[in-house]
Design a binder for this molecule. Structure first.
Ligand SMILES: C[S@@+](CC[C@H](N)C(=O)[O-])C[C@H]1O[C@@H](n2cnc3c(N)ncnc32)[C@H](O)[C@@H]1O
Length: 468
């Protein structure tokens, strides 16, 4: 049963999405009622966190077994206060570098305190994934809040709470209880408010370990479908690979790890501060084959045929063995997300940019090379419609089977054949209602848990092409 309202969208965005999820082609395969039910279930799953935290092991530095043991020791320490006293760590049977940690919740029996701290939407979402509340996320705190006070934390899902307010009567969602580590005066009255933890969460509605600074060289927090992308691309040592929209570098570092740090991974992103994060991640994970550049991917093909081949963008056509285009997108698959207040224009604005980037990727790929296109959104326009457009526009591209294939096939609605839909991988958290409340007990079969982890993920899409 849901504890939070479904993902809050502007009415015109919700209508637009609802129409997509009951398009004429889809309604040939589903009844109207079933299509509606699935859409409503999608919106309600998106406002809740996925039932597992997915950790990718940096297999470049350590084995999965060794990392699992170290992690287990660290978590025992951190979660001594857990009612069951221990937390299980599952190794994913089909993703050899993935560990799954159950998220315990929703914990419905928590009692709230009368002192209320209101946090911004992003901060509230982070709390649902195991974070404490950092001072910059606090919008409102009680009049006399002092260090050590017990407070209840609420997420301001409509973005309406005035910063510095002493109370807030607008729409807010309870995300757990905690203890103040700063006073109200320190947050709102000092010239330089502290930036660290403001409320230490003691009873979050969803209990998940805090992975801040936990084995930073050995584990990487990454959503399950994002790890699947790296395996689907299947990079090999010695290859030259382009990650066109790379920041903050989760997939770049995975690609380099799968290559045993041998070969060349060019990571490109348009935003300089984000490129710095890619470099930082590569350094922490000790991966040297990554070269990161701040560059606009739409301009990444060199038109100067006399220029000598360099390792910097722009690159001559057919420079790469494999390319990942993890495209900028509307991000509607992100979880937990209690609200997305974008306009319809914003939500539908990505298709042209994605097509420009895709066209450049096709040109930069060598014949016989592999192009993987992915998004973390659920719209047809940014996923299946892009694939249909790509197959029409580039006759020398062929869709390829994906390994592993843990998600569903593509969604009907873009005129793709059944064979093509089967080759696509769409993760859509609409089919599982099982909860992880009792996961620390041994009543549930591991195979059921893995199935839950594979199905109740963030919303995501993957297509794999070969250039003939
Ligand atoms: C979905 S995120 C990439 C996430 C990343 N692949 C990862 O796994 O960590 C999309 C990225 O595209 C970048 N971007 C947007 N427009 C771009 C462009 N024209 N050229 C290159 N990067 C761009 C954004 O800055 C953003 O970091």
């Amino acid at each position: 049963m849901d504890v939070f309202p479904k993902l809050l969208l502007r009415p015109e965005v919700e209508d637009h999405l609802r129409n997509t999820f009951r398009n004429a082609e889809l309604l040939h395969t589903l009844s109207h009622e079933e299509a509606n039910r699935r859409f409503e279930q999608l919106l309600s799953r998106l406002s809740h966190p996925p039932p597992f935290t997915t950790l990718r092991v940096n297999t470049h530095l350590a084995s999965v077994d060794w990392t699992r043991d170290r992690l287990s020791e660290e978590l025992q320490q951190q979660l001594k206060t857990l009612p069951s006293g221990e937390i299980s760590i599952l190794q994913h049977p089909e993703l050899p570098d993935v560990l799954l940690i159950p998220v315990i919740g929703p914990r419905r029996s928590l009692e709230s305190h009368s002192s209320e701290v209101i946090v911004g939407l992003q901060c509230g979402n982070a709390v649902l994934r195991g974070a404490h509340v950092f001072v910059p996320g606090i919008q409102s705190a009680p009049k006399n809040m002092k260090i050590g006070d017990q407070v209840s934390v609420y997420s301001d899902i409509g973005g309406k709470c005035r910063r510095g307010a002493k109370e807030f009567q607008g729409e807010k969602i309870f995300v757990g209880n905690g203890i103040a580590e700063v006073s109200r005066a320190q947050i709102f009255l000092s010239d330089e408010p502290p930036k660290g933890v403001g409320i230490r969460m003691t009873e979050p509605v969803y209990l998940s370990p805090c992975f801040d600074s936990l084995l930073p060289n050995f584990i990487f927090l990454q959503n399950l479908p994002s790890v699947v992308v790296g395996h689907v691309l299947a990079p090999k040592p010695g290859e030259k690979i382009l990650d066109m929209c790379a920041a903050p570098g989760g997939k770049t570092t995975h690609i380099a790890t799968l290559m045993h740090d041998q070969g060349e991974v060019i990571a490109m992103d348009k935003i300089a501060s984000k490129v710095a994060k890619v470099r930082q991640k590569a350094e922490i994970l000790k991966l040297q084959c990554i070269k990161a550049f701040c560059f606009d991917g739409t301009k990444a093909v060199s038109r100067d045929h006399t220029a000598s081949i360099t390792d910097e963008p722009p690159f001559p056509p057919e420079s790469f063995d494999k390319i990942l285009l993890d495209a900028p997108c509307s991000g509607l698959g992100q979880r937990p997300s209690m609200a997305c207040l974008w306009t319809l224009r914003e939500v539908t604005s990505y298709q042209p940019l994605q097509r420009k980037l895709f066209s450049v990727a096709v040109e930069l790929l060598r014949p016989g090379g592999t192009l993987v296109y992915s998004t973390c959104t659920v719209t047809l326009a940014e996923n299946e419609e892009q694939v249909a457009w790509a197959l029409r526009t580039f006759p020398h591209l062929r869709l390829q089977p994906q390994d592993p294939h843990l998600g569903a096939g593509g969604m009907p609605g873009a005129g793709l054949s059944e064979e093509h839909l089967k080759l696509l991988q769409r993760f859509s958290p609409m089919c599982c209602a099982t909860e992880t409340n009792s996961i620390t007990g041994d009543a549930i079969l591991t195979s059921d848990l893995v199935n839950l982890a594979n199905k109740d993920t963030i919303g995501f899409f993957i297509a794999k092409f070969k250039k003939l």
